[in-house]
Design a protein around this ligand. Structure first.
Ligand code: SF4
Ligand code: SF4
Length: 278
């Protein structure tokens, strides 16, 4: 079972939930796909090593073959090609590596060169296989790094947990698209509710099964809970607003290590999710 952990905005507790589930179960594969800021490793105390490089194919134009017809530049959705009087200029960092220009060039003047945009790291112990992706500073395309990371999902693990980037844009979609269930982590505040609704709209378009974990319960109001009830969205768990939890988090101590009584709660939640998925 592959479970994605998402949230409408950063700082809601996605990593807390992802790491806690991973440490509450045996034979788990945890992937940190928040490639702009992967921080699960800060809580795991495992030594990691680079096992892969994320690349995208960038067009290279052969000036001897190019007739400057402009077909490639006018069809690039990302404005990565610019037709100048004497050449086609390639903006590497705007190119999404989709391959369209290479495909449609009538003169076969375009070849592709891979460009590194991120790295994939791995660590493991008896219970946990862990991977995370990290985008190179200055690069903007996190989705291909996530796509690369997802290729490392182990078919031998019965439970796969993926910590998604925050928000509801392409990087989050890349994470949830093949998942069996999505946990939406949110804070019970007007801001949290607003962002959660956007995420839920996206999950409904993608026809995904999902439930909500309320983090920092008690910090705001009950609007989020009432919204879930009215929409028949299962509330899987509540984690209270507690300074002791925050202090341990700031020291890199996972919730289930600081408060082992939560282990059972996370196991129960996965049990509940299995029932929903089946
Ligand atoms: S489509 Fe090919 S021939 Fe036309 S401008 Fe682009 S590279 Fe040159
Ligand atoms: S590979 Fe795609 S995104 Fe990159 S320049 Fe060609 S058409 Fe544009």
């Amino acid at each position: 079972m592959k479970v994605a952990i998402v949230s409408g905005k950063g700082g809601t507790g996605k990593t807390t939930v992802a790491v806690s589930i991973a440490l509450s179960h045996k034979k788990v594969h945890l992937l940190d796909a928040d490639v702009d800021e992967p921080n699960c490793s800060l809580f795991l105390n495992m030594s990691t090593e680079v096992v892969g490089v994320a690349k995208i194919p960038i067009p290279v134009i052969d000036k001897n073959k190019c007739t400057l017809c402009g077909i490639c530049s006018s069809n690039c959705e990302y404005n990565a090609l610019m037709k100048l009087p004497g050449e086609i200029l390639v903006h590497d960092k705007m190119c999404h590596g989709c391959g369209l220009c290479t495909y449609i060039c009538p003169e076969e003047a375009i070849t592709e060169l891979p460009r590194e945009i991120g790295k994939i790291y791995e660590a493991s112990n008896d219970n946990l296989l862990f991977h995370f992706g990290e985008i190179i500073v200055g690069e903007e395309l996190s989705t291909p790094v996530i796509g690369n990371l997802m290729k490392y999902i182990s078919p031998s693990k019965s439970l796969v947990i993926v910590d998604s980037p925050p928000g509801s844009a392409c990087p989050m979609v890349e994470v949830v698209i093949d998942s069996d269930f999505v946990i939406v982590v949110s804070e019970p505040t007007p801001f949290g509710l607003s962002d959660m609704k956007i995420v839920i709209d996206t999950l409904r378009v993608l026809d995904k099964k999902f439930g909500v974990v309320i983090n920092k319960d008690g910090v705001g109001d009950d609007e989020l809970e009432r919204f879930c009830e009215s929409e028949q969205i299962p509330i899987l768990m509540k984690i209270p607003f507690d300074l002791k939890i925050a202090r341990n988090y700031s020291k890199g101590i996972p919730l289930v290590q600081a408060f082992p009584e939560y282990t059972q709660s996370f196991q129960n939640m996965i049990g509940k999710i299995k029932e929903i998925v089946q």
